[in-house]
Design a protein around this ligand. Structure first.
Ligand code: SF4
Ligand code: MSK
Length: 639
């Protein structure tokens, strides 16, 4: 288990493995994300406040928060410019998740029709998704039901009516439908909503910051249900519902004597096939002089294959270049989202091959191996053989693999959490958790999600904040690069529960863990998966609220993105606020230029949905803010 790094690079990372690789990069004169950040300083103050507009060719315009000009050339003021920019950011995030999900739906369609080599592993999910969508299952095979599920998903994308998305209607409670219906933010066809929002924010259309903020909430729901929820449901059908699995995390998972392949990005259609063929072609690597093939993951591809295959995590967003800088990576396979364009330049300093796999995710110096659902087996073999061939070119004198790696447990889907609780109370699985919440043994729960951001010391805010939450008996669930961060310091292991959790929480985790046959406590931080897997947190909240007969906004819970970077983190956070959840962000988003937008997001929206944003850059104050919120919600519930 690593300790928090206090050395030369403590202004960049607290991860000693990352610090070691930054030093190696400096020695070898290789530029990293931190160097480029320095070159960008000072970053533009107008942009930082959200006050720069490029929405037409008369611009760029910027307004001065302290004087003149107060308006852009067309007359757009600070509130309007900030609100438009915010909605476009959320559109960017939602579009990423929705497009990712659309590709998963296409894969499900082809797989269920027997045209693509993906055996459907999530049979229980086929039944549960069919049930929520109202698809009759009696007398039908799983593949026929799966075909109907794929058609139902595509119907949402093809809808030309004004009815809300079916997937959303099938997922959420009547009280949320009512709240969102009254606000006029129930999304229709997700593609149409994305198109409309781009139109609405273009020059000379919407001049109302409040109307734009309502559209932002709606766009959060587009992400929540056409991105996260549909994506998670469909991916579980194809690849299986995750079950608890043990693995390891940090750069020390890379191997000195095996061919190292790193999967990076988000699409399990690609990463699962790479894992499958790496295992099948292990013998070829041995013939080539290696000890076999070692797979590791970066970002959410890493989370996907950890959750279902137990593949170790090499590192989160800020560590992607550092994995290559070990000199031990033969191949990095990317698909969509969060891979830096710089990786091919870093790879060119070594023998490392970079493979891109999608038509929209190209890098000029990479090898492009176009994956489709039909050809995935052939293309995965091609990529794995490229890695085996590259092994001969590895220069041992330039290999330096940090020793740090920690035990990590992944695979905590809602189904597996309920399964563990069922070992305590088979008839009423949620009862043990709810009883312990009522008794105060579990004070509440916080979902800690999102990225790394080069503006923040890597992992520091996440780690410090989560320590405070666990010590106060708050159960934490994590996804995305935050889960990687916590994995590196042992939070996702039974030992981490003993080290970091308050006594009462530890007693509950021990009782459930032992009943479930894990031989010790559950981790205090449950790894629920990738960014799209945030839908699992929504499902868990919905189940708890339903059990207690209250709304999600009444639960003693909060969400946090302590080191957010991507537009997707903003759209996920907006979905959480629409659900009624207090949502902390650890970096000031570019909205402070507008007093109206700032006030609505951090205060007024609570009157509409029950949720709001908490902006706090100090991790201890952030934890305190969420703890106060949890205590207030408990008081309101009379517990
Ligand atoms: Fe300037 Fe208005 Fe054009 Fe924006 S839309 S660039 S504020 S003129
Ligand atoms: S990968 S969106 S840096 S979590 Fe999902 Fe990590 Fe954030 Fe990308």
């Amino acid at each position: 288990m690593c300790d928090i790094h206090q050395g030369a690079h403590s202004h960049q990372t607290i991860d000693p493995a990352a610090a070691e690789m930054i030093e190696k990069a400096n020695r070898e004169n290789i530029e990293t994300v931190w160097d480029r950040y320095e070159q960008q300083k000072p970053q533009c103050g107008f942009g930082d406040l959200g006050l720069c507009c490029r929405n037409c060719l008369q611009g760029p315009c910027r307004v001065n928060p302290f004087g003149e000009p107060k308006e852009g050339i067309c007359g757009a003021d600070a509130d309007l410019i900030v609100a438009r920019n915010l909605l476009r950011t959320i559109v960017g995030g939602a579009a990423s998740h929705v497009d990712h999900t659309f590709m998963a739906v296409q894969c499900l369609k082809e797989a269920s029709e027997g045209k693509a080599p993906y055996p459907l592993k999530g049979t229980a999910k086929i039944k549960s998704v069919a049930a929520k969508l109202g698809i009759p299952t009696q007398g039908k095979t799983d593949t026929v039901i799966a075909q109907e599920i794929a058609r139902a998903a595509l119907a949402d994308f093809g809808s030309s009516t004004d009815d809300p998305m079916n997937w959303l209607k099938a997922t959420v409670s009547p009280n949320l439908m009512e709240t969102w219906g009254k606000l006029g933010i129930l999304p229709k066809n997700p593609d149409r909503e994305i198109r409309t929002a781009m139109h609405q924010t273009s020059m000379g259309v919407d001049g109302s910051p409040i109307n734009l903020l309502l559209s932002s909430l709606k766009m959060g729901l587009v992400d929540g249900y056409a991105g996260l929820q549909m994506g998670t449901d469909v991916q579980d059908i194809i690849f299986g519902i995750p079950e608890p699995v043990k693995s390891e995390a940090n750069l020390g998972v890379l191997s000195h004597d095996k061919v190292n392949i790193v999967v990076h990005g988000h699409m399990p259609e690609v990463s699962e096939k790479i894992v499958e063929w790496a295992r099948k072609l292990d013998g070829e690597a041995i013939k080539a002089g290696a000890a076999g093939i070692n797979i590791a993951g970066i970002c959410c591809s890493g989370n996907e294959v950890l959750m279902r295959q137990g593949v170790p995590l090499a590192g989160n967003y800020l560590s992607q270049e550092l994995a290559i800088i070990t000199g031990a990576v033969e191949l990095m396979v990317v698909d969509v989202q969060c891979f830096m364009p710089s990786i091919t330049k870093v790879a060119a300093c070594y023998h490392t091959k970079v493979v891109t796999t999608t038509p929209i995710g190209q890098l000029p110096e990479a090898e492009y191996i176009p994956f489709t659902p039909e050809n995935a087996d052939i293309k995965a073999q091609e990529a794995v053989r490229m890695a085996i061939a590259a092994y001969a070119k590895r220069d041992p004198s330039r290999v330096q693999i940090p020793t740090q790696k920690s035990e990590v447990w992944g695979g905590f889907s809602v189904e597996s959490i309920v399964g563990a609780l069922a070992k305590v109370d088979a008839a009423n699985p949620l009862k043990p958790l709810v009883d312990n919440i009522i008794a105060g043994n579990v004070l509440g729960a916080v979902g800690v999600v999102g990225c790394n951001n080069v503006k923040i010391v890597q992992d520091q805010q996440t780690v410090e904040m989560v320590k405070d939450l666990l010590a106060n008996n708050v159960l934490v669930v994590a996804t995305g690069c935050t889960a990687h961060a916590l994995a590196k310091y042992g939070f996702l292991s039974p030992a981490g529960a003993k080290k970091y959790c308050g006594e009462k929480l530890l007693a509950v985790l021990t009782a459930v863990g032992e009943a479930a046959g894990l031989g010790g406590p559950l981790p205090g931080v449950l790894h629920m998966g990738s960014c799209v897997d945030n839908a699992r947190i929504g499902d868990l909240l919905g189940a708890l609220a339903g059990y207690l007969g209250v709304a999600i906004k009444d639960l003693p819970v909060a969400a946090s993105a302590p080191e957010l970077q991507h537009e997707k983190a903003v759209s996920i956070g907006t979905w959480a606020v629409a659900l009624g959840v207090l949502t902390h962000v650890g970096l000031v988003p570019p909205v402070l230029g507008s007093p109206i937008v700032t006030k609505v997001l951090t205060a007024d929206v609570e009157g509409l949905t029950g949720g709001k944003f908490l902006v706090e850059t100090d991790p201890h104050l952030a934890a305190e803010g969420m703890l106060n919120h949890i205590r207030a919600k408990r008081k309101a519930l009379g517990i």
